[in-house]
Design a protein around this ligand. Sequence first.
Ligand SMILES: [Zn+2]
Length: 376
Amino acid sequence: MNTFNKQVMHVGEMASGAKLTVPVYRYESSNTEAPAVYIQANMHGAEVQGNAVIFQLLELLKYCKIQGNITLVPYANPVACNHKNGEYTLGRFDPITGVNWNRMYHFNESVIAPFAQQHLDAAEHEIQTNFQQLLLDQIEQKLDHNIWGLTTGQRIAYQLQRMAHQADIVLDLHTGPISSKHLYCPEYAKASANYFDIPHTIFIPNDFDGAMDEATFCPWWSLQQSFKAMGRDFVMGKGAFAKESFTVELGSQEQIDLEVARQDALGILSYLQFKGVIESTEFIPTKMIRYACYLKDYKALYSPMGGMVDFLAEFGKPLPAGEPLARILRMDNYGDGDPLHQVSLDKTVLPILHFASASVNQGTELYKVFCNYFEI
Ligand SMILES: [Zn+2]
């Protein structure tokens, strides 16, 4: 039976001096050839299902033939995790700065071109080792040699990122508000999307906006592009560039379901088996129609008016043009106006998620939908 060792990572301090800590579960493999994996959950406070998935992964991995190092981090953001207000968990934004907790990771694009220039004739394994070290040094510099200090969120994010940079495969487990399961997948890693038990995939380009998945693959993708411009061609996702990272959206916030978590864990194991992290043939991806679209076609629909929303459109089911997504109740208009307003679109879409509350202001994000989607 495999055992994961547990460490407690210190990621900050509260005003009272109480320590902010994060549990880290590690399996160390003697095989240095197999990909290393890093999986974290609950960076956003209300998005708790990933913790249950990590529980199920730990249970299932006890009996797997593990090839690579695996690091699992539940409760990745203790501030967000404990950020309650009344019945609800807030925890999407740092309450002090207003910044989204998942937009604080580090990537300095300006180091790429000089590194490529310097390593134009270097061996592939040397490029891999040195570039990984460069990324780690940059984080180290920010954390430990920085007299100006860091925000609370950066200190947490960089410590998580230090572990992620040591892995070849990174999964950041999130959820939507009220949501179907969906996956953010870098465009070059398309083939991997078929191994998760997730019916909706968004293919994302090489743009860094501060999120964990981008902070992991953008440096390598940018490096590959930089080498290409200098006449040296590497294939993204292969050899030294065999880095993949995903944001896995596991359904709705504010709930865990251990049975569903087991299914989610089995889907992740099917992907890890495909990548050679575990040696097995038993994990088969579930047969399902998998839809995808490009990030530019993943659209938010903002409410045309304030009111109380009856969300009608079902997730993952194509909704024809003109069919109502939702109807908005306006009791202030009853008797002398229009108490019901239907919201529809002028093209067929695939609804993916909707706002968590029925009461919305004008301009609240009502739905997010796939446009121009296709099967993969
Ligand atoms: Zn999230």
